[in-house]
Design a protein around this ligand. Structure first.
Ligand code: SF4
Length: 737
């Protein structure tokens, strides 16, 4: 499959009736039916709340980038999590049968109504009072050595206030073992951007997409993950922006998307991508290096910007010139002519925005790849001015705020790195000793558990069994933990794993039910307020309140110092502790927001680094010669939100959950046809699926996450950021029908 300038076929039947595509209007009706028992409440969530889905961000239906209603199916699918009733707790009296159920079936049972406890050897859970539950949790936390406690927080549905109080509790307990789901996706972006630019956030706003000359997407599929972004792309294209996709797969949703709110697009679809570069899986680093080399060879870079605002250019130039084009070609999976073609596109552009996602970040060399993207953007001067920027687009509403609130093993609130000096400053601020060494990251927590080095794991949402590599390894690790505490809305399979001593379920309120409302931070650094929309389901409590009450029980003598007694008090404290969040204390009603840093960061090429300059850095080329008969596998999303699957067939690709995405040429060589059963074999596991032919570069294969996690190594991760590698090398064998 060759990359190419694209002339995609128009669909001449209205609404793409002749194409595989989402049926938005039909799906909307299904969502309305699903939520009919709470229709008024659901409407209030949509009208007054922020979005529970991705971090593009919306408050009510208000869009800050373009006129019109901001709504997508992801938000609508997630609605039921916030309107469903509670289950009868007697259902959990014996967990044997529940263990056979899928995560989707467990989710459909409903919300956790009351605190529930299961001790080792007991067949199931029994209800306990909040007093008993908190005393038990506090007792386990008090008893454990600080380095044997760990906290993990999910990235969907949690407020900044919850992240903030959770990290404060962890630090009160004397540990930095606190991490959130950002570790599993954009940790490399955070690490590389902080080092290169001094900021770990998008440097521009979405409105800079509209009016820019070129947008490059690396390993990103916004049509699936941030659907409303397609509206921005439509507007951008109408203004003349060229959209470039650097990806092994010509994602169908990017090739053509039917935007329901635009009449013309809803009828005939819009070709979103103008140019496609079919890098091989993991080839982005080599591709960016080749493109930059081509630009440098022709002197087509922003010499003045480089001279005035960066360091390290000579090292990068010398390194790139020393590389063989043949190495760049084999690692990028594309010929030199393609890298030169991309260089020409960029050289013609006066402005550009680079966007990347998990196709780039979930690799064992991801921080280097992000640096390669930044090198390219900086050499073109595409940072710090209008219609230019670098954007690690966030798939989940909590990913940006979670780390900025300090619920992260490697930073304190405000994104302040963990060091003895910074720990002293936080000790002063908090009035109790704050630990000075980085804590365990999420994958390290699981490894520590399997070694018997953890006593308590406290999970606020999340499901390691579905989100980390090698589920059997994760199950072994979680079962070795003496005490697990799961603070959550719903059941997941991981709560049914036998404990060494006890498992405690704490029923949490949804984001919308949180007392005093709550905030989230979007990809473009906009902090949005979502008011409390009162609803009391069973005995559920606000997430931050549970954590705060635990702090009061663990260290009653420090209760006053710990503070955080109301949502308003927490926001005032965040404003003091994380200076970029100054303004959060004034957010009080639906629609209130502010954008920290304003439209652009690093404006005028002034970077918040010690010398005010950005750091260009040579990044070593990965040399991974393809072994004959093997394929590079990556995991991908279908119709799902993180590990929550919403449809057995992805309406964008037409692929079922067991699909093995393969290029027609590779399939022909293997004498395989669409639908043939195959087995993928990696060093770590086997995956049974069926061939799904797709416009994929040769030598690549894709399967859905989390089903494909059985093929992944639990040890493979990026040394800089700790993100797990969600890719593998596999052989393809013919399976039995
Ligand atoms: S694009 Fe993202 S923020 Fe916007 S409605 Fe959809 S899920 Fe929510």
């Amino acid at each position: 499959m060759e990359s190419a300038s694209l002339r995609t076929k128009k669909s001449w039947l209205p609404f793409g009736l002749d194409r595989t595509k989402p049926r938005h209007y039909r799906e909307m009706l299904r969502v309305a039916w699903e939520n009919r028992d709470q229709a008024r409440y659901a409407w209030r969530i949509l009208k007054e709340g922020v979005c529970d889905g991705c971090a593009l961000g919306v408050s009510g239906f208000r869009d800050w980038t373009i006129d019109g209603v901001h709504l997508c199916m992801t938000r609508l699918f997630l609605l039921r999590l916030n309107t469903m009733p509670a289950f009868d707790p007697s259902l959990l009296a014996d967990v044997r049968e529940l263990r056979q159920r899928s995560n989707e079936e467990l989710r459909a049972l409903g919300r956790i109504p009351v605190p529930l406890l299961r001790r080792a050897g007991e067949p199931g859970f029994r209800p306990v009072s909040w007093d008993e539950a908190l005393e038990l949790a506090a007792g386990a936390l008090r008893k454990a050595r600080p380095d044997r406690i760990a906290f993990y927080l999910t990235s969907r549905g949690l407020t900044n206030e919850t992240y903030y109080v959770a990290q404060k509790l962890a630090r009160l307990l004397g540990t930095n073992n606190i991490d959130n789901a950002a570790r599993l996706c954009h940790a490399p972006s955070t690490a590389a951007m902080k080092r290169a630019l001094g900021v770990a956030a998008s440097t521009c706003s979405y409105r800079d997409w509209i009016g820019t000359d070129v947008i490059l997407f690396f390993g990103s599929n916004p049509a699936n993950d941030q659907p409303v972004a397609t509206k921005y792309l439509l507007e951008a294209k109408r203004k003349g922006t060229r959209v470039v996709l650097v990806n092994p797969y010509l994602e169908p949703g990017m090739e053509r998307y039917w935007i329901p709110s635009d009449f013309r697009s809803a009828l005939f679809g819009t070709a979103l991508v103008d140019e496609w570069f079919a890098v091989r899986t993991g080839g982005d680093l080599a591709f960016c290096s080749g493109v930059l080399r081509a630009l440098l060879e022709r002197g087509r870079y922003d010499e003045e910007f480089v001279r005035e605002h960066t360091t390290g250019f000579e090292d990068v130039e010398a390194y790139l010139r020393g590389l063989d084009w043949s190495d760049l070609e084999s690692e990028a999976g594309l010929p030199r002519s393609e890298m030169e073609r991309c260089a020409r596109i960029l050289a013609e552009a006066r402005s550009g925005v680079f966007v990347w996602s998990m196709g780039v970040t979930q690799h064992s060399f991801a921080a280097d790849t992000v640096q390669a993207i930044l090198n390219l953007a900086l050499c073109l001067g595409f940072v710090g001015r209008e219609f230019c920027g670098v954007v690690p687009i966030r798939g989940h509403s909590g990913v940006q705020g979670g780390a900025e609130m300090g619920a992260y093993a490697t930073v304190f609130p405000g994104g302040v790195p963990i060091s003895p000096e910074n720990a002293r400053a936080f000790t002063e601020l908090y009035g109790f000793p704050v630990p000075e060494r980085p804590g365990l990251t999420a994958p390290e927590m699981v490894e520590a558990a399997v070694r018997g080095e953890l006593d308590v794991l406290y999970c606020v949402g999340g499901n390691f069994l579905r989100t980390l590599a090698d589920p059997a390894f994760v199950a072994r690790a979680l079962s070795r933990l003496p005490v697990r505490i799961h603070q959550d809305l719903l059941l997941t399979e991981q709560v049914f794993l036998d404990p060494e001593e006890a498992v405690l379920l704490l029923p949490a309120k949804t984001r919308y039910e949180q007392d005093d409302g709550g905030t989230e931070t979007t990809t473009e650094r906009r902090v949005l307020f979502s008011p409390e929309i009162p609803r009391q389901l069973g005995e559920a409590r606000a997430e931050w309140k549970i954590l705060r009450d635990l702090a009061a029980r663990v260290a009653p003598e420090l209760e006053a110092r710990f503070g955080c007694r109301t949502g308003w008090e927490i926001r005032r404290e965040i404003a003091r502790v994380a200076p970029q969040y100054d303004g959060i204390q004034h957010l009080a009603k639906a629609g209130d927001s502010f954008q920290w840093g304003g439209r652009l960061l690093c404006r005028g090429g002034r970077f918040p680094t010690p010398d005010g300059r950005a750091r260009l850095r040579p990044v070593p080329l990965r040399r991974e010669p393809a072994q004959s008969g093997t394929f590079r596998l990556s995991t991908r999303r279908g119709r799902q939100f993180n590990s929550m699957v919403y449809a057995p067939v992805d309406p964008l690709t037409g692929a079922s959950r067991d699909a093995v995405f393969l290029s027609p040429d590779d399939a022909a060589e293997l004498r395989l046809r669409s639908g043939d059963p195959v087995v993928l074999v990696s060093e770590h596991g086997r995956f049974r699926g069926r061939v799904h032919l797709a416009p994929l570069g040769r030598g690549n294969v894709q399967v859905h996450f989390p089903e494909g996690n059985v093929l992944l190594s639990p040890q493979a991760r990026d040394p800089v950021s700790g993100v797990p590698d969600y890719n593998a090398v596999v052989r393809i064998e013919r399976g039995n029908a």
